[in-house]
Design a protein around this ligand. Structure first.
Ligand code: NAD
Length: 472
């Protein structure tokens, strides 16, 4: 049993002032594997004060000093790749086939921030003004459970590159990953207070951070509902906010697509991270003229997915993170059936042969209309919906008919056509015939998928305030 009772304030590991205990589960077995002592509002206050004290010196460091720390942080996280992989699988249930990428990415983001810093214009002349980009101040970084480690490191890397100091509130459900990350970051030897980590509940520590006038910016990744509450609270002192929220991304199969590549891409886009991905392509828009052919191939591909023990190499879909999340996904499968959608694969319950673990049967619906609940809500599990369309115009209209706009996928053999369609999709990212991530490109969403962007040069900007100096 793990006893996780350390947070990180002012350069030191400390026992939280908060005394609430939170159970940590292994989603593959449903067993309690440890307890987490949660931070409270007093811990948040101490962490914010430490970050505020550290700000004047850190904000005046040279770019070379910042790059040196970011590189040490990269090295320290990279050195713990195996420990991070193990933690991600144990407390989150990500299949080992995915954890390696997740752990490596958590280190790579530091190199990405160094690269962004080197390509960023921190000072420029505009007319008679000399414009300098000044760090926004102390920032609050809040992460979700579905990719906790890389959101801690990615947000922190950009904040430090900009010259900000940080208070990080990781997901309370990710304390094992956070411990690995915290130890690595400590080893990198940042000046005390430059970053602080307070694992606690969102409605306690997260709210305290959002309410604090000493925090000038919140960068939040999580659900749209919580994102909206942060935006409202931030209005009180006009805090800057970056929000990375939910999605209901379309995969548009154009009628010229090569199904031998389009079908595997569509299934992978929908089921990545066991379906617990903000960018999951969960609405499959398929030309009616090729619907039967697509249904046959997609059904076979979904049936070939292995939902099971995440520690086995052949597993492609691991358990849902919690009982609550499992119940939620089951509820959506029932809703889909009740709405009149037709099941091609999967359905309610656990995959055959499994009696425990929050495992879901990989599920594919067809005969779905875009106004059905299963086509509108973010399910956050391995459940996809086929929606038929008659022509390209209709496909574009359906793709954009969603409150979200985080990611979109297009399958076509005609790249000029792919470019034409991509230009008309309202989404932060459009991927044509590929699922390859580009860390230099901005990441974020249109509409209710978020506000602002992360990653690369454009991800650095929200951590800086432009100041125009005129008359010198
Ligand atoms: P969540 O919104 O429940 O929690 C996210 C974080 O916010 C947690 O650390 C939580 O403790 C904290 N929190 C909760 N209430 C808060 C409050 N009132 N004030 C401040 N902080 C608060 O989300 P989750 O269930 O952890 O993550 C899943 C969601 O995250 C999905 O909707 C998914 O789409 C989204 N997500 C988005 C992206 C993206 O980049 N757009 C990436 C990953 C996940």
């Amino acid at each position: 049993m793990y006893d996780l009772n350390q947070i990180y304030i002012d350069g030191a590991f400390v026992t939280p002032h908060g005394d609430e205990r939170f159970d940590l589960f292994n989603p593959a077995t449903e067993a309690v594997i440890g307890t987490v002592q949660l931070a409270d509002a007093e811990d948040a206050r101490l962490a914010i004060a430490a970050a505020k004290r550290a700000l004047p010196a850190w904000s005046r460091t040279s770019l070379a000093e910042r790059a040196a720390l970011l590189r040490r942080m990269h090295d320290a996280i990279a050195a713990r790749e195996d420990a991070l992989c193990a933690a991600i699988t144990e407390e989150y249930g990500a299949p080992v086939s995915r954890t390696r990428w997740m752990a490596q990415y958590a280190a790579q983001v530091f190199l990405g921030a160094i690269d962004a810093m080197e390509h960023f214009e921190f000072e420029r002349d505009m007319g008679i003004a000399h414009v300098v980009m000044q760090p926004v101040g102390v920032v609050g970084l809040i992460t979700p459970w579905n990719s906790n480690a890389s959101f801690i490191t990615g947000k922190l890397a950009s904040a430090l590159a900009a010259g900000c100091t940080a208070v990080i509130k990781p997901s309370e459900m990710s304390a094992l990953q956070t411990r690995v990350v915290m130890e690595a970051l400590h080893e990198a030897g940042a000046p005390a207070g430059v970053f602080n980590i307070v694992t606690g509940r969102g409605d306690v520590v997260g709210v305290a951070m959002t309410a604090s006038p000493d925090i000038r910016k919140i960068s939040f990744t999580g659900s749209t509902a919580v994102g909206k509450s942060i935006l409202r609270a931030a209005a009180d002192d006009v805090k800057r906010v970056t929000l990375e929220l939910g999605g209901k991304s379309p995969t548009i199969i154009l009628d010229d697509a090569d199904f031998t590549t389009a079908v595997p891409m569509a299934i992978q886009a929908g089921f990545m991270n066991s379906g617990q991905a903000c960018i999951a392509g969960t609405r499959l828009l398929v030309p009616r003229s090729r619907l039967a052919e697509f249904e046959t191939l997609a059904t076979a591909a979904v049936n070939a997915c292995v939902s099971g023990d995440p520690s086995r190499a052949e597993t492609t879909i691991g358990p849902m993170v919690s009982q609550k999340q499992w119940d939620r996904v089951q509820g959506y499968i029932r809703t889909g059936i009740a709405e009149g959608a037709r099941l091609l694969a999967g359905g309610e319950g656990r995959p055959e042969g499994n009696t425990r673990g929050w495992l879901v049967r990989p599920t594919l619906f067809t005969d779905v209309r875009n106004d059905m609940v299963i086509a509108r809500d973010e399910i956050f599990g391995p459940v996809m919906a086929i929606i038929a369309y008659d022509d390209e115009e209709e496909a574009i209209a359906i793709a954009n008919d969603t409150p979200y706009g985080l990611s979109a996928y297009i399958a076509t053999t005609d790249l000029a056509r792919g470019a034409r369609v991509a230009a008309r999709i309202d989404s932060g990212r459009v991927m044509v015939n590929t699922l390859t991530h580009e860390p230099k490109a901005p990441f974020g969403g249109f509409k209710q998928s978020g506000l602002g962007r992360e990653n690369g040069v454009l991800g650095l900007e929200p951590y800086l305030e432009p100041k125009a100096i005129i008359g010198l």
